[in-house]
Each structure stands twice: as structure tokens, then as C-alpha cells.
Design a protein around this ligand. Structure first.
Ligand code: ADP
Ligand code: MG
Length: 216
């Protein structure tokens, strides 16, 4: 069906030529299902709850939203991604770095536990545009005053169901409260149980809800 290729083409989205060229060089020919459903909403600056499985391409679904409105000449945290584990935070940061090749001088920093604080503080002082971190270490930086989140335009809760299952809800709430109230909030979850529904009511503003069953 020819109409399908149009709605899954990245160039059907309001993305810059540099971002589109980079996607092509990464070999991303068409959007995955979650990307095709979420990116139009993300790029309209709406809040979003997206239910999709691992491996479905969620990182680009929120990463392109962060990058589309990022100002690299402004040295403040503009995008914040909260992940349940260090491994997931590293994966997300690596994928964001590939996507960010489109824009010069974008600094992406991971802030996870099990690593010395001092180099993280030095990196924050040097200026980071996008931070990817785990709840405990983010709380640590907030309480020491070593991170400022008042310029966050895009806040992402990745694998939200896992974070709530791990007992991170109160930490997440504290982090979200430290962000600019004018932010866009995107919540990604593999499942959508009652506790996630309640959390999203507290943390998101009039979100669009989408659910993607298959990968493509
Ligand atoms: P998830 O977070 O949903 O588990 P990822 O964002 O990590 O998934 O993406 C899974 C893999 O698919 C990554 O290797 C990524 O580079 C690749 N990928 C994402 N979007 C596309 C696309 N549109 N075309 C081709 N590969 C893609
Ligand atoms: Mg992921």
C-alpha cells in the first residue's frame, strides 16, 4: 500500500534537513510503529503516554523531540531522561549521541550511581544540554545543588513501569518537581497498570495516550 510509506517517512515530519540527513546516514529509512505514532505528537509539544515494548525504537521517538527544540548555544540542561538502571541509561545516551551528530556541539551526560560524584559535578559545571540518569543519582545532584533543571524543556520517563516497580516513584516525583513547569513530559512504559496511570495523572498535563502492539 503506497500510502503507508508516506506516513512512515521521516521527511513527513517537521525536522531540520540536518536531522533528516543524519537519520539517512544512520540507515533509518522508515519510522518504526512507535515513532510513526508518537513523533507527530511529540513535535507538537504535547505530553504523551506511550506504551511500547523494548526494541521498538523508543529512544528516537523521544530523542528527536529533544533535539528538534534544543539550542546548542545555550549551556543548560534542556532535555532530561530518567531511566531505571545504569545499563539502560548508557544505551539511551549512546543512541542519543548517534542522533545528535546532526547538530554541532551537543553535550550529553549520563548521571548514574556507582560512579564518583566529582567528575559528574565537573561535567555539569562545564555544561550539558541533555542529561540521562537514574533516579537516585539525580536526587543526589538536586539535593547538593549541583544540577539545575529549571531550563528543562523535555522530560522523559523511560521504562516508567520498571522505575515504579523498583520503588522510585517518590524520587521521580521530586525530580519532576525540580523541572520547569513549562516542560513537555513524555512517559514510556511497556505496561500500563493502575500505578502508572495514577503517576501520569500527577506528572503529565493533558497527555495523548498511544499504544503500539507490534514492532513494525
Ligand atoms: P527501545 O528503547 O524501544 O528498546 P531503541 O530505541 O533502543 O528501542 O531502538 C532499538 C534499535 O533499533 C536500536 O539499535 C536503534 O538504533 C534501532 N532503530 C530505532 N529506530 C530505527 C529506525 N527508524 N530504523 C532503523 N533502526 C532503528
Ligand atoms: Mg529504551
Amino acid at each position: 500500500m503506497s500510502s503507508m510509506s508516506d506516513s512512515t517517512a521521516f521527511n513527513s515530519l517537521p525536522l531540520s534537513p540536518a536531522i533528516l540527513a543524519n537519520l539517512e546516514s544512520l540507515g533509518y529509512q522508515t519510522m518504526t510503529a512507535i515513532q510513526a505514532e508518537s513523533l507527530p505528537i511529540v513535535l507538537q509539544q504535547r505530553d504523551l503516554i506511550a506504551q511500547a515494548k523494548t526494541g521498538s525504537g523508543k529512544t528516537a521517538a523521544f530523542g528527536l523531540g529533544i533535539l528538534a527544540k534544543l539550542n546548542p548555544t545555550y549551556f543548560a540542561v534542556q532535555g532530561l531522561v530518567i531511566c531505571p538502571t545504569r545499563e539502560l541509561a548508557d544505551q539511551v545516551a549512546n543512541e542519543l549521541r548517534r542522533l545528535a551528530r546532526a547538530i554541532e556541539n551537543v553535550k550529553i551526560l549520563t548521571l548514574c550511581g556507582g560512579t564518583a560524584m566529582r567528575p559528574q559535578i565537573a561535567s555539569l559545571e562545564h555544561g550539558a544540554h541533555i542529561v540521562v540518569g537514574t533516579p537516585g543519582r539525580l536526587i543526589d545532584h538536586i539535593s547538593r545543588g549541583t544540577i539545575k533543571l529549571n531550563s528543562v524543556q523535555t522530560l522523559v520517563l523511560d521504562e516508567a513501569d520498571r522505575m515504579v516497580d523498583m520503588g522510585f516513584y517518590d524520587d521521580i516525583y521530586t525530580i519532576v518537581e525540580a523541572c520547569s513547569p513549562r516542560r513537555q513530559t513524555l512517559l514510556f512504559s511497556a505496561t500500563y497498570p493502575d500505578n502508572i496511570r495514577k503517576a501520569s495523572e500527577q506528572l503529565l498535563r493533558d497527555p495523548v495516550e498511544i499504544k503500539v502492539e507490534s514492532q513494525h
